[in-house]
Design a protein around this ligand. Structure first.
Ligand code: PHE
Length: 451
């Protein structure tokens, strides 16, 4: 077996795991989900899901991964004494490969926008911006090629190993993304009519809630935290023995949530200002942002140019730190279970995800027969992973940690062998034993119309 990598420093741990969590889920998916589901009311439910279900779920994956020090499937297997819990690991690996597939399509769109920002985008007119997106994403070839290119770049980084690629880049670029977001938020909030967007984001109108909102908010919270794909478990297997799991989880959840809210603050004031509908769906950020750059910086075009180029570059980077983590789950699995060279196992993941990427891209690129149960393959993959596979993975993980793994093992990991966090242990245990599984189950049953 090849030697397992390790994250080199504490800050490296946080940044790499936050790098996995922060990505298109925050900047692209969160605003469009919030926009489709009534704004502030959705956000309130989302925050409750993050705190009550996401945080304990993340800790559970950390505990399994760090204790077992192995890839997802073997980690579950090691702790389950012959029982078939390893299937939760398999489920996570499958989920992450599907996500890698459709996520890369959107990442490919970002690459295109980076290119267009660099070469100067013709904008200023809302309809032209919208039309540009429809034409581009509706094309059969180009988006598919860009998506696959994105996966290939990801593989290049992953194949070089955990520390060299992932950690160093995250350390440098994550803080820059944060600062840039704040600048764009300020610019967006100063546009005329922006107040309407801020209101949409912060004044909950619960009467607008539909029955799907609960599941959508649950799905979004898990998607955003990379939860239920065994990704956090795989990353935690590279944590050192003295990483404080509770503190790290708390920091990552805070960073992730802050970036999502900032992304909302960047998009909605601008969307209301230029007249883009908040429920425009997956195209939301792509038809809003170019207007921000051209209108908010109209009097300083050079600043607008620099900021837009930097922003798309960072978006591409944020997407990359997430695709790296999705890729790493499968790569670590094939490397360790089939004693393949890392390079070859990376190829297995790339080919599988690449095929999904091409099909998803075609499903929104004029090949409308590529659909399942009446929805385009792209949306199908998005919904089935976020709303079904991830919550199931997370629920089983909580049950596994709460009821199956010996309590002293869980205690030792949670408290770093009794050194910290003892006070929180009982609360955590209660959450994973009862709150998480029961809430997720109720949300499922509610969606099926049973309760
Ligand atoms: N959390 C990532 C994001 O917000 C997406 C992701 C999902 C990453 C699953 C890894 C695993 O963009």
């Amino acid at each position: 077996m090849t030697e397992r990598g390790n994250f080199g420093s504490k800050i490296g741990v946080i940044l790499a795991t936050a790098g996995s969590a922060v990505g298109l889920g925050n900047v692209w998916r969160f605003p469009y989900m919030a926009g489709e589901n009534g704004g502030a009311a959705f956000i309130v439910i989302y925050l409750v899901c993050i705190l009550m279900l996401g945080l304990p779920g993340m800790l559970s994956e950390f505990i399994i991964g760090r204790h077992a020090q192995a890839n997802a499937a073997r980690a579950y297997d090691k702790l389950s004494k012959g029982r078939p819990w390893k299937f939760v690991g398999y489920l996570g690996i499958l989920t992450s490969i599907i996500i890698l597939g459709f996520y890369s399509v959107v990442a490919g769109w970002c690459l295109q926008y980076l290119y267009v920002a660099l070469t100067g985008m013709a904008s200023g007119n809302v309809d032209a911006v919208r039309e540009y997106f429809t034409d581009f994403s509706g094309d059969a070839m180009k988006p598919a090629i860009l998506g696959v290119l994105f996966i290939l770049i990801t593989q290049f980084v992953v194949a070089r190993g955990v520390r060299g690629g992932i950690e160093r880049a995250s350390k440098l670029l994550m803080p820059v993304l944060f600062v840039l977001l704040i600048i764009i938020v300020v610019a967006s909030c100063m546009l005329p009519g922006a107040l309407e967007g801020i209101r949409f984001l912060f004044y909950p109108d619960f009467s607008k809630l539909s029955s799907d909102v609960l599941l959508e908010a649950l799905g979004q919270s898990f998607f955003s935290l990379s939860l239920g794909t065994a990704c956090l478990c795989t990353y935690a297997s590279y944590f050192s023995k003295d990483t404080n799991l509770l503190k790290s989880a708390f920091q990552i959840v805070t960073i992730d949530t802050m970036i999502a809210v900032l992304a909302g603050l960047m998009i909605f004031p601008a969307a209301f200002s230029v007249g883009v509908n908040p429920d425009s769906g997956p195209s939301l950020i792509f038809i809003t942002l170019p207007n921000v750059f051209s209108q908010a910086f109209a009097s300083m075009p050079v600043v607008g140019y620099v900021i837009s180029v930097m922003f798309y570059a960072l978006l591409v980077f944020a997407a990359m730190t997430s695709t790296i983590s999705m890729h790493e789950i499968g790569t670590a699995f094939f490397t360790e279970e089939f004693t393949l060279r890392r390079r070859y196992s990376a190829w297995v993941v790339t080919v599988a995800a690449g095929a999904i990427c091409v099909l998803c891209s075609l499903s929104v690129g004029g090949r409308s027969w590529l659909q399942i149960t009446g929805v385009a393959l792209m949306d199908f993959c998005d919904k089935i992973t976020a709303n079904i596979m991830m919550p199931i993975g997370a629920m089983l993980t909580c049950l596994f940690v709460g009821w199956y793994i010996p309590k002293r093992t869980v205690y030792a990991e949670f408290t770093n062998r009794g050194m910290t966090n003892q006070r929180w242990f009982m609360i955590y245990l209660f959450a994973v034993r009862y709150i998480c599984p029961i809430c997720i189950l109720i949300i499922f049953l509610h969606q099926m119309g049973v309760v």
